[in-house]
Design a protein around this ligand. Structure first.
Ligand code: GAR
Length: 196
C-alpha cells in the first residue's frame, strides 16, 4: 500500500477526490496526513476521514529555507512514500526538493509547459488561446517545470471567466491525479528523476 502525504493551501477539492478514491477498498494508496501552509479550508476533508493534519504557517516564516525545513520535519514524521502538492501555493526550497524528488508530484491547471506559475488559469484566458488543460508533474527546482506524468486538454469556451474555466479544469485534474497515484502505487508508472 502506497502511503501519501497531501499538501494544500485552499479548499482542497482535489484532495477530496483523492480521499474519496483512496477510501475504495481496491485503491492501492492511502492518504496518511494532510499538511498546509495555513489553516486551510480543505482540512475539513481530512477531518471527515479521520486523517491527521498539520500546519506550517507561511505567515510566521522568516525565510523560505526555514519554512521548508519545518515542512520537511513534519513530512519526516509521517515518512510517506509519495508527497502530493494539491494546490499548495508555495515554491519549495531546493533542499526539500532534493530530499523528496522524484517522490513529490504537483497538479497544475494548465497544459504545461504552457502557463506555469500561480495563475495558470488566468494566464491562459489572458493569452486568448482556444484551449488549455491540466497536468500532473514531478516537482523539480523550477516553477512547474518537472517531468510531465499526465496531461489532458480542456477547451476554453466563449464567456469563460477564471472561475468557470478553473471549475471545468479541476475534474480533469482530479481524474489525472487519481490515475497517476494509482499507477505509481501499482508500479505501472515509475517516477522519472528530473534533469539536474
Ligand atoms: C488546483 O487547480 C491546483 O492544480 C492548483 O490549485 C488548485 C487547488 O484547488 N494549483 C496550482 O495552481 C499550483 N500552481 P483545490 O484546493 O480545490 O484542490
Amino acid at each position: 500500500m502506497l502511503t501519501v502525504a497531501v499538501l494544500i493551501s485552499g479548499g482542497g477539492s482535489n484532495l477530496r477526490a483523492l480521499l474519496d478514491a483512496a477510501a475504495e477498498s481496491d485503491f492501492p494508496a492511502r492518504v496518511v496526513v494532510v499538511g498546509a501552509d495555513r489553516e486551510a479550508d480543505g482540512f475539513v476533508h481530512a477531518q471527515e476521514y479521520g486523517i491527521p493534519t498539520f500546519t506550517v504557517p507561511w505567515s510566521r516564516a522568516t525565510s523560505r529555507e526555514g519554512w521548508g525545513a519545518e515542512l520537511g520535519a513534519q513530512l519526516a514524521v509521517w515518512n510517506p512514500d509519495l508527497v502530493v502538492l494539491s494546490g499548495l501555493m508555495r515554491l519549495l526550497p531546493a533542499d526539500l526538493v532534493d530530499e523528496w524528488s522524484p517522490r513529490i508530484i504537483n497538479t497544475h491547471p494548465a497544459y504545461l509547459p504552457e502557463f506555469p506559475g500561480a495563475h495558470g488559469v488566468r494566464d491562459a484566458l489572458a493569452a486568448g488561446v482556444e484551449r488549455t488543460g491540466a497536468s500532473v508533474i514531478v516537482v523539480d527546482h523550477g516553477v512547474d517545470s518537472g517531468p510531465i506524468l499526465a496531461q489532458e486538454r480542456v477547451p476554453i469556451l466563449p464567456g469563460d471567466d477564471e472561475h468557470a474555466l478553473h471549475e471545468r479544469i479541476k475534474p480533469v485534474e482530479r481524474r489525472l491525479l487519481i490515475d497517476v497515484v494509482r499507477r505509481i502505487a501499482t508500479g505501472a508508472l515509475v517516477l522519472p528523476s528530473p534533469a539536474q
